[in-house]
Design a protein around this ligand. Structure first.
Ligand code: BEZ
Length: 242
C-alpha cells in the first residue's frame, strides 16, 4: 500500500514487544478460539503462513506439527493462521497427513488450530499483511506470547524463507529462563550455556564482581556470567508450566 503523493509506505499500527496481544475470536480447524484469553497460563506461538497447498508452508507445518510435543513440554501452544478459508485448511491438512512424506516425516497430523482469516481481520491486527512483500498473502510472522497475554518476541520472514523451528524453541526457552532466573541470555545461548547476570548496580558490587566473588565470571565489570546447568533450567521451566 503506497501513499501516492509522498511515495512512502503507509505504516499501519502493529503490535510491539511488551504490548498486550490484540484480542480476537476466530474459526479454526479445531473449533472456535478466543485469543489470547483462552491461552491464559500458557505460552503461545501465534504464527502466520502465506497460503495452504504451497511447498515452503507444507515443510513448515510438517516440522512444527512434529515438534508440537516438544513445545508442549515447555508449556507452549501453537496457533497458525493464513488468509485461506476453513475448507482449504482442512483439505490441505488432510493431504499432508495422507500423502506427503518429507525428510523422514510422514502421516503427520497437525493437531494445533489453524485460523481461517479470509477477511484478513486478524492478519491486519497483527501486522502480518506487508504489502511490499504481498498484498494478498500474509508474511511468515511469529508472535511469542507469554502466559499473561503479553507479546514477548516478534519475528518476521518473507514468503520465500522457511523458518527455523529450533530457533523458535530456543526463543521460548530463553525467555522462560530470563523470567525464572532473572538473567539475560547471550548470543547463540542454549540451555546449559552460561547466562548473563544483571549489571552491577553500585561501585561496591562492580568491585566485588571483578574480585571474582561468588560463582560469577566477569569479562569486565558490566559483563558477568554464571553457570546454570541444563537440568536446572529445564526443570524450572517445566515446573513453572505445571
Ligand atoms: C510456499 O510456501 O512455498 C510459498 C508461499 C507463497 C509464496 C511463495 C512460496
Amino acid at each position: 500500500m503506497t501513499n501516492e503523493t509522498l511515495k512512502q509506505p503507509v505504516i499501519e499500527s502493529m503490535p510491539r514487544i511488551g504490548d498486550k496481544a490484540p484480542s480476537f475470536k476466530a474459526v479454526t480447524t479445531q473449533g472456535e478460539i478466543v485469543f489470547p484469553e483462552q491461552y491464559q497460563g500458557s505460552w503461545v506461538i501465534l504464527f502466520s503462513h502465506p497460503a495452504d497447498f504451497t511447498p515452503v508452508c507444507t515443510s513448515e507445518f510438517m516440522t512444527f506439527a512434529t515438534l508440537e510435543n516438544q513445545f508442549a513440554e515447555v508449556n507452549c501452544k501453537l496457533v497458525g493462521l493464513s488468509v485461506d478459508g476453513l475448507y482449504s485448511h482442512i483439505a490441505w491438512l488432510r493431504t499432508i497427513k495422507e500423502k506427503i512424506e518429507y525428510k523422514g516425516m510422514k502421516n503427520v497430523e497437525v493437531k494445533f488450530p489453524l485460523i481461517e482469516d479470509i477477511t484478513m481481520e486478524v492478519a491486519k491486527k497483527y501486522g502480518m499483511m506487508q504489502p511490499g512483500e504481498s498484498s494478498t498473502k500474509a508474511v511468515r510472522a511469529v508472535f511469542v506470547i507469554d502466559p499473561r497475554g503479553i507479546i514477548r518476541a516478534i519475528i518476521y520472514y518473507p514468503l520465500s524463507l522457511g523458518r527455523n523451528f529450533d530457533e523458535l524453541y530456543r526463543v521460548v526457552v530463553a525467555l522462560q529462563t530470563a523470567d525464572e532466573f532473572k538473567v539475560a541470555t547471550p548470543a547463540d545461548w542454549r540451555p546449559g550455556d552460561d547466562v548473563i547476570v544483571p549489571p552491577a548496580g553500585s561501585c561496591g558490587v562492580a568491585k566485588e564482581r571483578m574480585e571474582g566473588k561468588d560463582d560469577i565470571k566477569c569479562y569486565d565489570w558490566f559483563f558477568c556470567t554464571k553457570k546454570i546447568d541444563k537440568t536446572k533450567v529445564m526443570g524450572a521451566i517445566k515446573k513453572a508450566g505445571k
